[in-house]
Design a protein around this ligand. Structure first.
Ligand SMILES: Cc1cc2nc3c(=O)[nH]c(=O)nc-3n(C[C@H](O)[C@H](O)[C@H](O)COP(=O)(O)O)c2cc1C
Length: 374
């Protein structure tokens, strides 16, 4: 039976016309992105993920973005110690939803590209064209050691990822029998059927922070996740414009997204109090210190002041843009981010299921009035 055509533009727009896309980030991991001891922190279990995708789908949330994480960060909660493998997780969520785009986060060096292409194509058929791919090229060294894989230096890491992505795209193309030989990959007699749903490929994103990572996104991705700084929106704007212009020079249309951490309550005071309670007074500081150690951030390497800044930054959703306030404030800050040229934001909450309904009831209608949501 022929599959319904899904134009690439429709996939890139995540199947709707929302000017500011909103996604949920990190729900496949225990504690999500809140490095906190509070008992209501996110379980990350399947029942909660399933309830969340149904709630988000119903509410018109655009996407869910998981974290490809293989090993907890330790601390008192073993932060992100229990995680679902993301393509499997996405397949389950796609089978249980109708509109939302669900990403899988794939570490290119850990997955054979032809197997990965097939796994993703399967998820894409289950979701009838709603699967998205986050390509991760390498991040936490100790995770790679667990697989007996050593991490390449930055340049080689992204060179490898380019070959990996070329091979995946070929497997998804009309080619029937082919070889692929690069510097890192030598694949012979490839056959890969069926192809992704409806004759186009899944939307693809990357969040590299280095120059090589950024260039990889500009060369290949539909969505590039980049940092937005609360104190420097004009700078965010000029960076976003710059990235998009570089992609356009290559004839590519690339959108920029960012990551946020939402604490939305009826009053500013309630929001600030809850934020202080969760990510300051009750932060899992042992886990935060473990994260910093992995990144070689210590008083000795960066000095006391910067170290304390990094500690606060990582306790707060591993460094996402903090959105703390009442619905008016959150909506206006989101509008500012959209004004800076960002096409969307992936947000997290301490407990997604408890907090999403208030956000949907109060913030989304304000964004709609501002013309940012359908
Ligand atoms: C939105 C976002 C999602 C990310 N997801 C993951 C992930 O799931 N797993 C992972 O190991 N790294 C993840 N990363 C890390 C990036 O892929 C990247 O490795 C990191 O930003 C460092 O950039 P670089 O590779 O250019 O040095 C993510 C980063 C961001 C901002």
């Amino acid at each position: 039976m022929p599959l319904t055509a899904v134009p690439q533009s429709r996939r890139n727009a995540m199947h709707n016309q929302n000017a500011l896309k909103i996604g949920l980030f990190g729900a496949n991991c225990s504690s999500g992105r809140a490095v906190t001891l509070v008992p209501e922190r996110w379980s990350g279990n399947w029942q909660d993920n399933l309830a969340l995708v149904k709630m988000a789908d119903e509410a018109g949330i655009d996407f869910m973005l998981p974290i490809g994480r293989w090993k907890g960060y330790g601390g008192d909660t073993d932060y992100q110690g229990a995680t679902y493998e993301t393509i499997t997780w996405a397949s389950g969520l796609l089978a249980s939803s109708k509109r939302i785009t669900v990403f899988g986060t794939v570490h290119a060096p850990l997955f054979n590209p032809i197997i990965a292409a097939k796994m993703m194509m399967t998820a894409d058929h289950i979701g009838q064209g709603r699967f998205g791919l986050n390509i991760v090229c390498g991040w936490n060294e100790d995770e790679f050691e667990m697989f007996g894989v050593s991490q390449r230096d930055h340049e080689r890491r992204y060179e490898f990822a380019q070959e990996w992505w070329n091979a995946v795209q070929l497997a998804w193309s009309d080619q029937e029998n082919f070889n692929y030989k690069g510097e890192h990959l030598d694949l012979k007699g490839i056959r890969a059927k069926p192809k992704p749903y409806g004759g186009s490929r899944p939307v693809v994103m990357n969040a590299g922070a280095s120059a090589n990572g950024r260039q990889f996104a500009i060369n290949n991705c539909d969505a590039f996740f980049t940092r937005a700084d609360r104190d420097s929106l004009p700078e965010t704007k000029s960076r976003v414009q710059g990235f998009k212009a570089q992609a356009r020079e290559l004839g590519r249309d690339m959108d920029c997204y960012t990551v946020g951490v939402v604490t939305c309550r009826p009053t500013k005071k309630e929001a600030t109090d809850y934020y202080t309670h969760t990510v300051i007074e009750n932060a899992d500081w042992n886990a935060v210190d473990g994260i910093l150690k992995k990144k070689n951030l210590s008083v000795e390497t960066v000095g006391e002041e910067a170290f304390q800044r990094h500690r606060r930054h990582y306790a707060n959703g591993m460094g996402g843009y903090p959105l703390v306030g009442d619905p008016d404030q959150i909506a206006s800050e989101l509008a500012d981010l959209a004004g800076a040229g960002l096409r969307g934001i992936a947000v997290s909450f301490v407990n997604y299921l408890d907090e999403l309904p208030y956000f949907v009831d109060e913030v989304i209608p304000r964004l709609r009035k501002m013309g940012l949501r359908e």
